[in-house]
Write a protein that binds this ligand. Sequence first.
Ligand code: G3P
Ligand code: MG
Length: 241
Amino acid sequence: MNIFAHRGSSGFYPENTMIAFEKAIDDGVHGVELDVQLTKDGQMVVIHDETITRTTNGAGYVKDFTLHELKQYDAGGWFPYPSMQRIPTLDEVLRLLQPTSLQVNIELKNDVIPYAGLEEKVVSIIQEYNMESRIILSSFVPQSIQKVSQLAPFVERALLCMENQQDPIEQLHKYNANALHCHYRLISPSLLERAKALHIPIRVFTVNDKDNWLRMMELGVDAIFTDYPLEKKRGKASGDV
Ligand code: G3P
Ligand code: MG
């Protein structure tokens, strides 16, 4: 079972910041997950919420700031273990991850704000970095996944599914995805059995507790997303998990 650092190693470092991604590399994960949105001037930035209010010392929508304006804010001071951080661009994060062998799950965060041209920009930058073979693009918006399948059929595409998703495999086929990223409460033996028969990877978010970690391992999911990769890896190495 592979381990993806969710928003970087975000249990101990401020989510979606360079230090959280650097820590994920040190933690020896198989992959990292990050969220991407667009600024007012069309730059790709790595941030989860549509506003900067929760994770910076500023307030307002990402889409209403230029990149230069966003870079003025501290994205690390809000965290229990603060460190001065800036909201990174996707370019900065890919520059860090390109020399590693990690898989990179770029979540197109477009379910609340339908950023025009986001898919094209993301596909273009992963081609610039020659990272097509180890990128997974995901979204809660199935039409966005379908669009990526036309723009970049060679890049893996994952449909994000919450716990109330009706027949995720049917959705995957309908929108031309090739993997499922599911909330852990959606996972059942029958879903996994069907997915395995069809060679569909199932990755599960966000697993931060030991019981669900064990359950997912036993059920045989392909990967989990966690905020605490190191703690869980230590547990596994000691026979704890
Ligand atoms: O990609 C898995 C997970 O990140 C989806 O939910 O809200 O944490 O982006 P969220
Ligand atoms: Mg995400």
